[in-house]
Design a protein around this ligand. Structure first.
Ligand code: CAA
Length: 390
């Protein structure tokens, strides 16, 4: 059977960010607590006319140009920031992107993990019909209460991944390791806009799930720790990946130095440090970060992935970078988008943070809104969300 995996990967984040130095100043905290202690520098803040749909459409737009969208047989949308209890957010994206009408669309939820479920389902669908493409989108806005330890780990972003046969970026191995346990480490009841989290406990459960998923992976796969050149972890904040990688190295009694271990993950962290947590999208933005920022050719290298969703469901899987992957990336577009973002003051951050959820009757002044994405939320009329393409 031909290989299946990632053919293209593109991401989007809002053009607004708060520098965590600003937050530290207001809180009278040492900025190094954020810059060093949790390893985060900036966090993206969605504008009033942005939501998971607009971010998703903006992320996926480059993947469906020149008729490429015609071959998309399924659109799998992963999120934990759902905008409707019934209708899948992907249906709006399908229209905004002009995808063909013979398309299967569904939304998936399990905290930050569900994009990985979507990827595995997409691989299975493509293995059955290799001439088809499956578009996986993960899109989220991470929100915690003000003046809580989680506040500095907010962010927003979407990633779009095209899964195909004979992929040009990453061939995904069929072996996986899974772990699930009913725990209350992070959750968001329907009546809340912000997540509830038992922060320290969540980091412990993350590490436990990593060990368990890895052990299960090892039962299925012949690849050992030493076979991987790099590792992508779920990134609630970048220091979490550093802790996770040291933990995995210890579980495997690795003799690699601290510096060598750091080199295996450091390029995966660059984008997330300045975007913040994007929940379902974060590990895959980490993959884009590695592929686009690593100075050496990664062709043929095997990468390990640890996907974690609080609650909890976790998965370890692996993939091999395809020769010539560099030609299929959107490196300059991504870097330009990140460079052109606008820093907000603390007052502007509060304004964005405290904006009420869009309500029926709202109309957004698109021209004056200031966000940069091609797709925007323009109004809610008769309880129906309206989107426009600029
Ligand atoms: N200079 C350098 N480092 C400093 C410092 C300073 N001035 N001040 C503090 N630090 C260090 C601390 O020593 C600590 O380091 P270690 O973790 O290595 O001990 C680190 O900064 C964090 O400081 P605190 O221990 O005081 O922790 P905190 O109260 O800031 O909370 C947190 C940290 C619990 C992770 C909090 O940010 C949080 O609740 N975040 C949201 C939950 C989360 O992201 N959980 C991750 C696992 S769950 C998951 O992955 C799903 C998901 O997406 C949410």
């Amino acid at each position: 059977m031909s290989s299946v995996g990632i053919d293209q990967i593109s991401f989007y984040t809002s053009n607004y960010f708060l520098d965590l130095r600003t937050l530290a100043q207001v809180q009278e905290t040492d900025p190094d607590k954020y810059y060093q202690g949790i390893g985060q520098e900036k966090m993206g803040m969605a504008a009033h006319d942005e939501d998971i749909v607009t971010m998703a459409a903006n992320a996926a737009y480059p993947l469906v140009q020149e008729g490429a969208g015609e071959q998309v047989s399924s659109l799998l949308f992963a999120t934990e920031t759902g905008i409707d209890q019934s209708k899948a957010a992907g249906v709006y994206v399908h229209r905004l992107l002009g995808l063909n009408e013979n398309c299967r669309i569904v939304e998936l939820k399990q905290a930050c993990y569900s994009a990985t479920a979507a990827i595995q389902m997409a691989c299975a669908l493509v293995a059955r019909q290799p001439e088809k493409k499956v578009l996986v989108i993960a899109s989220d806005i991470a929100r915690y209460d003000l003046n809580t330890p989680g506040e500095a780990t907010q962010g927003c972003g979407a990633v779009a991944i095209m899964i195909t046969a004979n992929p040009r970026v990453l061939s995904i191995d069929p072996e996986v390791g899974n772990y699930a346990e009913d725990v209350m480490d992070f959750w968001r009841p329907n009546y809340r806009k912000t997540a509830l989290v038992d922060g320290k406990y969540s980091t412990k459960i993350y590490l436990r799930a990593l060990k368990k998923a890895w052990e299960h992976f090892r039962e299925a796969s012949t690849y050992s720790f030493a076979d991987f050149s790099h590792f992508c972890y779920h990134l609630p904040f970048s220091r979490m990946a550093q802790k996770a990688h040291q933990h995995l190295a210890k579980v495997n009694k690795s003799e690699l130095s601290v510096e060598a271990l750091e080199q295996q993950i450091q390029d995966t962290l660059s984008y997330n440090r300045i975007i913040g947590n994007s929940y379902t999208a974060s590990m895959y933005i980490g993959l884009a970060s590695l592929l686009e920022n690593h100075q050496r050719d990664l062709s043929g290298k095997r990468i390990g992935f640890f996907s974690y969703g609080s609650g909890c469901v976790a998965e370890f899987f692996s993939g091999r970078v395809v020769q010539g992957y560099q030609n299929c990336l959107f490196t300059s577009e991504h870097q330009m988008m990140l460079e052109q973002r606008k820093e907000v003051s603390y007052e502007e951050y509060l304004h964005l943070y405290k904006a009420p959820d869009p309500q029926d009757g709202d109309v957004h002044e698109i021209a004056a809104s200031g966000s940069q994405g091609r797709f925007r939320l323009s109004a809610i009329a008769h309880h129906k969300r309206e989107y426009v393409a600029i």
